[in-house]
Design a protein around this ligand. Structure first.
Ligand code: AGP
Length: 582
C-alpha cells in the first residue's frame, strides 16, 4: 500500500528522503514522487514505476531542508504520473494514504467553485480544500484542520504549504498509521517505522483522529476537537542492518533462512499461556487475513484441545454482525496495520472481547488497542510474502495453548534440515515452472498448511494453486484429477496417515501427477508405484510440529518456482505488504 515520508531537517533532506522512501518500497507501489519546499517555493518530481526512475531523472541541485515523498498503490485513478503524489493546489502540496470516502461530493463542490483537477485521485480534493479555506481567510493551520474534518474515511496525510513556514502538517483518521520521529537532524514523519530508520532515534505513533504541526525541532499534536495531545515517544529499535538483504538474492530467501533462529529466540523466552492470562477462559476467537489467517487455522488444532474455538477471516467478519461467544479474541497480524483485521478487532472489542494480538510490530495500531501483545520478534519482514512471521505466529499460538518449549527444543534444528532440502525442491520447481494450475492437498492440520502453501505459490509465481482438504476430493474435486494437473500432497506419518494413504490411492488410481511430501515413516509406507515425486522431510521433534517443517518445503517450492518464472519475488505484482485499506 502507499507509503509516506516527510522531513524537516537542519540540512538538505535530499540524501535522506529517497533512501527513506526506498525502505517503504516493500509495501508495494506503482508510482512515486517527492515534493520539496525551498525558499517559499514548492517543487515536485513524480514518476510511474520504480524509485530508480525517480532518482535517475531528478534535478541534482535541490537543496531543500523540508520535503516529503510518497509511493502510490493505485486505488482511485490508474497508475500514472498525473495520479502520482504529491498533488498540488496553488500553495498546497499533499501526500495521502487511505481513501477519502466522500471525495466525489467534495470534488463536485470544488469544481463548482472553479477548481480544475489535474488527476483522477481522491487525494487532490484535499489539496484544493485546504487552498479553498486559505483563500477564504483561514491561516494555513486552521485551513488544514477545517479541511481534514470535512474528509470521511480512513486516511493519513502530510501537507506542505509555501509562503508560510517550514513545517509539515500531518493528520490521521482511523486505521492508516502515521509516525513522528526525532533525531539529530530534526523531525521526520512516515507511515511506517522503517521509513524513519537512520533519521530518527525516537518515534511516536499519532493516534487515530489527530493531527500535528511538525517543525525542525517540535511536533505539536491535537485531536480533532483542537485539544493538545501528548506524544508517547519510544526508542527506535530498527537499524539499518536489520533491513539489509545481505548476500541473499531476495529478502524472502533471507527471511526463510532466518526462521529457525526466530523460533529458537521465541523458545528461549517465556510466553504466557492462555490459562495463565485468563484462568476461567472457555472460548477463543481467532482473527486474521491471508497467511495470518492460515496460521490461526493451524493454531486452532492445538487450541481446541482445551477451548471452544471460532476461526474468522477478518476481512469477512465485521459485516456479518455475528454474536461472539464470550471470551478472548486472538488477532494475528504481522504488520499490525491490516485494515480488515483492525476493523474486525474493533467489532470484537465492542462485543466485550478481551484482545490478545500476535504482531511483529509491537507499537502498531493493533498492538496499541490490545489487552496483551505477543511480539513475534521476527525482525522486519520485507518480502511481501510472509514467511518468518508465519512460523513465529505458529509458535506463539502453540505456546498460548500450553505447549511448552521443551517439547520444541529440537524444532529449530529440524527446520534447518528442512531448509537444506532446497536443491531437491528446486528440481521440483524447475519441472513445475510452466504449469498453469496446481492442487495442494492435506488432511487434518496439514490442510491449512496446504492452503498456506497454495497461497505462497499463487502470490509469488502467479500460478493458480488451490488448497484442498484431501478427504474432500471425492466430494467433487476428484473430477479435476488427470495426468496433467500437478498435485502437491502433504502426507506426514501422523495419526490419520491411513486415511491420507487412502486419498493417495484414489489419485494413483486416476493416474494423477502426485508430488508427495512426507517423512521417513510415511515414505516407507508409500505405494511403490504411482508417485511422480516423493520428498522426505526431516522428522519433527513431535508430530504436532509438522506444520513448521512442511512450511519450509512449501515456501522453498513457491520461491524457486517464482525464480524459474522470472517473477518479482519480493514485490509480487498487484500486492502490498501492509494492506491498510479495506
Ligand atoms: C502473505 O504472504 C500475504 N502477503 C498476506 O496474505 C498477508 O499475510 C495478509 O495481508 C495479512 O497481513 P498481516 O499479517 O500484516 O495482517
Amino acid at each position: 500500500m502507499c507509503g509516506i515520508v516527510g522531513m524537516i531537517h537542519a540540512e538538505s533532506v535530499m540524501t535522506a528522503l529517497v533512501p527513506a522512501l526506498r525502505r517503504l518500497e516493500y509495501r508495494g507501489y506503482d508510482s512515486a514522487g517527492i515534493a520539496l519546499l525551498d525558499q517559499n517555493q514548492l517543487t515536485r518530481h513524480r514518476v510511474l514505476g520504480v524509485l530508480d526512475q525517480l532518482t535517475g531523472d531528478m534535478p541534482k541541485d535541490w537543496d531543500a531542508k523540508t520535503g516529503m515523498g510518497h509511493t502510490r498503490w493505485a486505488t482511485h485513478g490508474e497508475p500514472s504520473v498525473r495520479n502520482a503524489h504529491p498533488h498540488f493546489s496553488h500553495r498546497v502540496a499533499i501526500v495521502h494514504n487511505g481513501i477519502v470516502d466522500n471525495f466525489q461530493t467534495l470534488k463536485t463542490d470544488l469544481l463548482n467553485k472553479g477548481y480544475a483537477f489535474a488527476s483522477d485521485t481522491d487525494t487532490e480534493v484535499i489539496a484544493h480544500l485546504i487552498d479553498l479555506h486559505m483563500t477564504q481567510g483561514h491561516d494555513p493551520v486552521s485551513a488544514f484542520s477545517v479541511a481534514i474534518q470535512q474528509l470521511e474515511g480512513n486516511f493519513a496525510i502530510a501537507c506542505m504549504i509555501s509562503h508560510w513556514q517550514d513545517a509539515l502538517l500531518v493528520a490521521r483518521r482511523g486505521t492508516p498509521p502515521l509516525l513522528v520521529g526525532k533525531g539529530p537532524m530534526g523531525y521526520s514523519i512516515a507511515s511506517d517505522a522503517l521509513g524513519l530508520v537512520d533519521v530518527s532515534d525516537h518515534l511516536a505513533y499519532l493516534e487515530g483522529d489527530s493531527w500535528a504541526i511538525v517543525t525542525q525541532d517540535s511536533a505539536k499534536v491535537y485531536d480533532f476537537s483542537g485539544e493538545r495531545k501528548p506524544l508517547n515517544w519510544q526508542k527506535q529499535m530498527l537499524h539499518h542492518q536489520s533491513c539489509n538483504q545481505g548476500d541473499y538474492a531476495h529478502f524472502m530467501r533471507k527471511e526463510m533462512d532466518e526462521q529457525p533462529d526466530v523460533i529458537a529466540r521465541l523458545l528461549s523466552q517465556p510466553t504466557p499461556t492462555l490459562a495463565q492470562l485468563y484462568p476461567d477462559l472457555n472460548h477463543v476467537s481467532l482473527l486474521g487475513c491471508g497467511t495470518s489467517f492460515y496460521a490461526a487455522w493451524i493454531g486452532k488444532y492445538v487450541l481446541e484441545q482445551r477451548y471452544g474455538v471460532t476461526l474468522e477471516l477478518a476481512s469477512e467478519f465485521s459485516y456479518r454482525h455475528a454474536i461472539m461467544s464470550p471470551g478472548v479474541t486472538l488477532a494475528l497480524s504481522q504488520s499490525g496495520e491490516t485494515a480488515d483485521t483492525l476493523k474486525a478487532v474493533a467489532y470484537a472489542k465492542n462485543q466485550g472481547q478481551k484482545l490478545i494480538s500476535l504482531v511483529n510490530a509491537p507499537y502498531s495500531s493493533l498492538a496499541r488497542c490490545s489487552d496483551h501483545v505477543l511480539d513475534m520478534q521476527a525482525g522486519p519482514e520485507i518480502g511481501v510474502a510472509s514467511t518468518k512471521a508465519f512460523t513465529a505466529q505458529l509458535w506463539l499460538l502453540f505456546a498460548l495453548a500450553g505447549i511448552t518449549p521443551d517439547r520444541a527444543q529440537h524444532l529449530p534444528q529440524s527446520m534447518r534440515q528442512a531448509l537444506q532440502l532446497a536443491p531437491d525442491i528446486r528440481r521440483w520447481a524447475t519441472a513445475l515452472a510452466d504449469e498453469s494450475n496446481m492442487l495442494y492437498l492435506g488432511r487434518g492440520v496439514s490442510y491449512p498448511v496446504a492452503l498456506e502453501g497454495a497461497l505462497k505459490m499463487k502470490e509469488l509465481s502467479y500460478i493458480h494453486a488451490e488448497g484442498l482438504a484431501a478427504g474432500e476430493l471425492k466430494h467433487g474435486s476428484l473430477a479435476l484429477v488427470d495426468q496433467t494437473i500437478p498435485i502437491i500432497f502433504l502426507a506426514p506419518h501422523d495419526a490419520i496417515f491411513d486415511k491420507t494413504l487412502g486419498n493417495i490411492h484414489e489419485i494413483i488410481a486416476r493416474k494423477g501427477r502426485l508430488h508427495v511430501i512426507t517423512d521417513q515413516a510415511g515414505a516407507e509406507k508409500m505405494p511403490a508405484v504411482g508417485l511422480t515425486q516423493c520428498l522426505i522431510l526431516p522428522d519433527a521433534p513431535d508430530p504436532i510440529f509438522n506444520p513448521f517443517i512442511q512450511t519450509m518445503a512449501l515456501q522453498l517450492l513457491a520461491y524457486y518456482t517464482a525464480l524459474e518464472r522470472g517473477c518479482s519475488i519480493d514485490k509480487p505484482r498487484n500486492l502490498a505488504k501492509s494492506v491498510t485499506v479495506e
